[in-house]
Design a protein around this ligand. Sequence first.
Ligand code: TYD
Ligand code: MG
Length: 471
Amino acid sequence: MAKVKTAFFCSDCGYESPKWVGKCPACGAWNTFTEEVIQRETSANSGFTNGNAGNFGTAQISANKPCLISDIVSETQPRIDTCDSELNRVLGGGLIPGSIILLGGEPGTGKSTLLLQIALQIKGKTVLYTSGEESEQQIHLRAERLGLTKAQCYILTETNISNIFLQAIEIKPDILIVDSIQTLYSDNIDSTSGSLSQIKECAAQLQRYAKGTGTAVFIIGHITKDGSLAGPKILEHVVDAVLLFEGDSNYEYRILRASKNRFGATGELGIYAMLSSGLRGVDNPSEILLSKRDEAASGTAIAATLEGLRPLMIEVQALVGKSTYAVPQRSATGFDLRRLNMLIAVLEKRCGFRLFGQDVFLNIAGGIKVNDPAIDLAVVAAILSSGKDVAFSCKNCFAAEVGLTGEIRPVQRVEQRIAEAEKLGFERIFISQYSSISSKCTDKTNINNNKTDSIEIIRIRNLFDLLKKLG
Ligand code: TYD
Ligand code: MG
């Protein structure tokens, strides 16, 4: 068997030690040492001595030679249609053979369900689905639940990576799915499965397999709530694409986004609904996320946000009430709490709107997390509406950022937001005075004159303007 040399490295500062130590002598961190393979010597390739670059005699003759970039003929590889329009979109038009994709997410979001569904749906391709988490019976039950059964999908319950490759070489799948990288182990390394070095080693072997055989490989990786598990993070540079599957498992909606993609844009977004019979792509997310309500209710405002490149109308709900505690409570679901505190401070200082002694609760309807700064104005409007107990018209929507001086700042792609709001029947959209609308959009509508066929564009400069316009 190959002789393997390992060492221990501090995962914080990279300090190397031949033995495991509890406290890093360099940075002082505790419990950060993990074992890594530093050299693997095989009998077939042992002559290339360290530090002797002149000894070419035993270097492998078949090593790749440099060639001019102009001499390289690029082959346009046909992408594999995954039969899932949301996944195809996020991947940039389909799956590239030989690519390696990491699907990360918290436990229970539906990663296994998504990939099993893809494995069973895909047409004309052989798929090998390996699982170290569930038994064959469990996977079969899940497939029955999804209502899909297909002969061309092989199921293997295995955690030893060499055994997986043995089976893969026999079956020659077009797509290999590994659920999950944390359960895999390689005999080359002593540490237990799920450790940093096992994850790195298994990912490197999977990458070599993908590139060597032209098989598309999906790897599932868990991320804990605080994102602290190093596993999927350190894999990011090994893989071609990193997809994140997000969503609260108590809610129906899930978002699939690419945080890295060598073969497409990273802005794209897939939206799914988790139903009792599996995941379904959502074509018109805005319509579903908005409450079906004709009358306006106090404390709600609609924000025209962008998730990736997709416009999305979401409902922001606020509840402001007298606090019974000495320190008032501030809580946000789906929105950054620090940003909420900042907006409350701006409201107090710049508008004289007293929130001291009041509890403020904020919720983004539908269990969606939003990072787009354009939601600020809707948050402020929802807080004002709840605080004054006045319902604003449900035909209003908002798309602007709020600055520390109370100024309303422009946001990107405002035309797209206006178009989405118009499509969904909103009558007024509040944007920044300084938003510039590109001429592309003016062909269809007369947006520069602040009027389109069906939506009125209200430009505001600061929070006072907002108060005046809302009445
Ligand atoms: P799972 O794919 O096991 O999550 P992960 O692999 O990310 O840990 O799915 C988790 C949840 O999805 C589970 O709580 C049950 C639910 N679910 C449905 O709601 N509908 C379905 O059709 C399936 C298969 C699962
Ligand atoms: Mg799973």
